[in-house]
Design a protein around this ligand. Structure first.
Ligand SMILES: Nc1ncnc2c1ncn2[C@@H]1O[C@H](COP(=O)(O)OP(=O)(O)O)[C@@H](O)[C@H]1O
Ligand SMILES: [Mg+2]
Length: 251
């Protein structure tokens, strides 16, 4: 069991000074996350979810506490080494899709690889088309992002997040701008990536979206208040198959 722990947080605290007062965004959070988990992070606005995600994603550092990510003692790393850890191991998906307009789906996905000097032009193209294939959008590679629906744009953003073969995908409200039917498409993509070995940590406000995850962790006022496996986990691909069969039958 100890060997497959991917992320371990020990007593992580993060405060923000607001003038003369202090906001305790995280108050001593300890967590172990195994490789291959799909975690839904829940909790009211202001409970510390994004602060946690920023620390897990090596975008920010805690004030106190120790944390290990994929064998690296992240809390001891210099900012440069933390950035390197982020670039090698993390993919990010946000509520706003953050695609460049007037740019094709393929070019958006290639973007992270353009900064990676170890990957040449041909490999960049091949890896990016492969990432689009994995989100079911290979046939939209040469469409401009503005020509794509919201759900398709989010899938391009996911392809961009996985093009560097991350170990972990961090998604902060990835379905926050999408209606519930389209959200199931996104959950199908996440569940497939997860089955293929990517660990996913996803913030959501929606109970029904959390049910596609394997474990649900709920925050309140900077602490974990519940942490449990998802009972009656939903299967997005099965739901989508049922939907199209129902549609053909005219139900
Ligand atoms: N950069 C910041 N400066 C000051 N306060 C912040 C900052 N980021 C977050 N906070 C505060 O920390 C608390 C937790 O915020 P956050 O992690 O964004 O919560 P959530 O994502 O659950 O809505 C909130 O009270 C928020 O106002
Ligand atoms: Mg947030």
């Amino acid at each position: 069991m100890a060997t497959d722990v991917l992320i371990r947080l020990s007593d992580i605290a993060k405060n923000y000074s607001m003038g003369t007062s202090v906001v305790h965004a995280l108050r001593g959070v300890s967590l172990a996350i195994a490789k291959g988990e799909f975690i839904a992070v829940m909790g009211a606005s202001g409970s510390g979810k994004s602060t946690l995600m920023n620390i897990l994603g090596c975008l920010d550092v805690p004030d106190t506490g120790e944390y290990v990510i994929d064998g690296e003692e992240a809390w001891k790393l210099t900012p440069n080494r933390l950035a390197a850890l982020r670039n090698r191991k993390m993919g990010f998906v946000f509520q706003a899709f953050n695609l460049l307009p007037r740019t094709t789906a393929l070019e958006n996905v290639e973007l992270p690889l353009l900064y990676n000097r170890t990957v040449g032009a041909r490999d960049t193209r091949r890896k990016s088309l492969d990432a689009l294939e994995r989100v079911g959008l290979r046939d939209r590679a040469y469409h401009f992002s503005s020509q794509l629906s919201g759900g398709q744009q989010q899938r391009v953003a996911i392809a961009r997040a996985i093009v560097n073969d991350p170990v972990i995908v961090l998604a902060d409200e990835p379905t926050g701008n999408l209606d519930s039917q389209i959200s199931v498409d996104i959950m199908a993509v996440f569940q497939r990536l997860n089955r293929n070995g990517i660990t996913i940590i996803m913030v959501t406000h929606e109970q029904d979206i959390a049910q596609y995850a394997s474990r649900r962790i709920t925050f309140r006022d900077g602490t974990v208040i519940t942490d449990e496996p998802v009972a009656a986990r939903r299967n997005a691909e099965a739901e989508l198959a049922g939907r199209s069969i129902g549609g053909q039958g005219g139900a």
